[in-house]
Ligand binder design. Structure first.
Ligand code: FPP
Length: 248
């Protein structure tokens, strides 16, 4: 699959990077080895997304449920995000990548929070790929925080309850200003969303691929983009005339 063969490239690709642990386990290695290799896959896919013209790439790096993992693994994942930003920020900035972070950042330790803020601040005016890092992110938590903000406006008399619209809710989410994902890819063969972008995925194409995340490279990414290009999206409307008559 070459870039020239790809058409109908999605504007926003979101990825649930799953399978690091199993990848490591199959090699008789500790889970940390899989996560480390996962960072290399992140670098590869960020480059590939930029090359092919994807405008937004969202990566699920740490979920609000990942706190249930052993402390050592949590520290490992935090360390890897710090390692990634320290090592790659200059290169991402030079490549015109704009970094945004979604998730409950204010419950994070100050060292990681400061790094995330620095990454956002350094790259905020860049006009290339928008790399959205979901960190300490959970969709239900994000929705609860949005509802709290709306409730505060209602309480203060700035908003009538009946005036709340879906658009207003979208604007209160961490992803405000970011278009909904066209496609959500999950690696490792698991077929669920696991509390990722639940509001924003209303019309997203879902794509489940068998490869573990460390094995998901350029070729697999382009393959997924090609598969997306063949899907017909209707957004609740009728089938386009070219394929009218088909059921679904
Ligand atoms: C899922 O594999 C992966 C994660 C929970 C973390 C993903 C994190 C990275 C790839 C590294 C840091 C991220 C960035 C953006 C630099 P798993 O541990 O659930 O694997 P398993 O299901 O096989 O156990």
């Amino acid at each position: 699959m070459t870039i020239a063969e790809l058409s109908n490239v999605p504007k926003h690709v979101a990825i649930i990077m799953d399978g690091n642990g199993r990848w490591a386990n199959e090699r008789g290695q500790p889970r940390s080895f899989g996560h480390k290799q996962g960072v290399e896959a992140v670098r590869t896919v960020v480059r590939a997304a930029g090359e092919v013209g994807v405008k937004y790439l969202t990566l699920f790096a740490f979920s609000s449920e990942n706190w249930r993992r052993p402390e050592a693994e949590i520290q490992d994942l935090f360390g890897l995000l710090k390692f990634f930003i320290r090592r790659d920020l200059a290169e991402l900035h030079a490549s015109n990548v704009c970094i945004k972070v979604i998730g409950d950042r204010y419950r994070l330790a100050s060292d990681i929070l400061n790094l995330l803020l620095e990454a956002e601040e350094t790259t905020r005016n860049n006009g290339g790929l928008v790399l959205v890092i979901a960190f300490n992110y959970g969709a239900r938590d994000e929705l609860a925080r949005a509802v709290q903000a709306i409730a505060r406006d209602v309480e203060a008399g700035r908003l009538e309850p009946g005036a709340v619209t879906p658009e207003m809710i979208s604007q209160r989410l961490d992803t405000a200003g970011i278009p909904d994902p066209d496609v959500i890819i999950r690696t490792s063969g698991e077929e669920r969303l696991s509390n990722f972008l639940l509001w924003q995925s209303a019309y997203s194409e879902l794509m489940f691929v068998p490869e573990y995340w460390p094995d998901f490279g350029r070729e697999q990414f382009f393959e997924a983009i090609a598969r997306y290009g063949n899907r017909v999206r209707r957004f609740g409307a009728v089938t386009p005339p070219a394929v009218a008559g088909s059921q679904a």
